[in-house]
Design a protein. Structure first.
Length: 128
C-alpha cells in the first residue's frame, strides 16, 4: 500500500471505529503531535485515545495528497450536539505501510473564532 492509501485507509478505519485496523496502520512508537494544544501521543496511545473519544462524530475526507513517504490530509469532522464543522489538516510520514509520525492541526466551532477586527478583510460573496 502506498503512503496515500495508508492514510486513506486510516481515516476509513477510524470512521468505521475499526480500532484494531487503525492499530495495524500506526506504528506503536509513532509520534503524533497536535501542536495547537501541545499534545503528543505515541502510536499506541493515539489509537487508545481515539478509541476512548466520545462517539457521535463523523469524518469526511476532503483531500489526501502526497507521495513517497509524506502525505497531507484535509478532513471535515462533525460532532453530534455541536453546531458547525471541525477541520483537520494532517501531515503524515509513512514507512513500510505504517504511519511513523504525524502532525495534525485542528480548528472548529468550539476551538476558535475569527476576531471581529478581521471582518472587513474577509472575502464575501462579491469579494473583499
Amino acid at each position: 500500500m502506498d503512503a496515500i492509501e495508508v492514510v486513506r485507509q486510516l481515516e476509513t478505519r477510524m470512521q468505521a471505529r475499526d480500532w484494531d485496523g487503525v492499530a495495524e496502520l500506526v506504528s506503536p512508537d509513532a509520534v503524533i503531535e497536535w501542536p495547537r494544544t501541545g499534545e503528543r501521543f505515541s502510536g499506541t496511545s493515539y489509537v487508545a485515545m481515539n478509541r476512548g473519544y466520545p462517539d457521535g462524530w463523523s469524518i469526511r475526507v476532503r483531500e489526501i495528497v502526497g507521495g513517497d513517504d509524506r502525505v497531507a490530509s484535509d478532513l471535515e469532522v462533525t460532532q453530534e450536539g455541536v453546531d458547525g464543522v471541525f477541520v483537520a489538516t494532517g501531515f503524515w510520514t509513512v514507512r513500510d505501510g505504517r504511519v511513523v509520525a504525524a502532525r495534525e492541526y485542528w480548528s472548529g466551532p468550539t476551538l476558535d473564532e475569527a476576531p471581529a477586527w478581521r471582518t472587513p478583510y474577509q472575502l464575501g460573496d462579491d469579494g473583499p
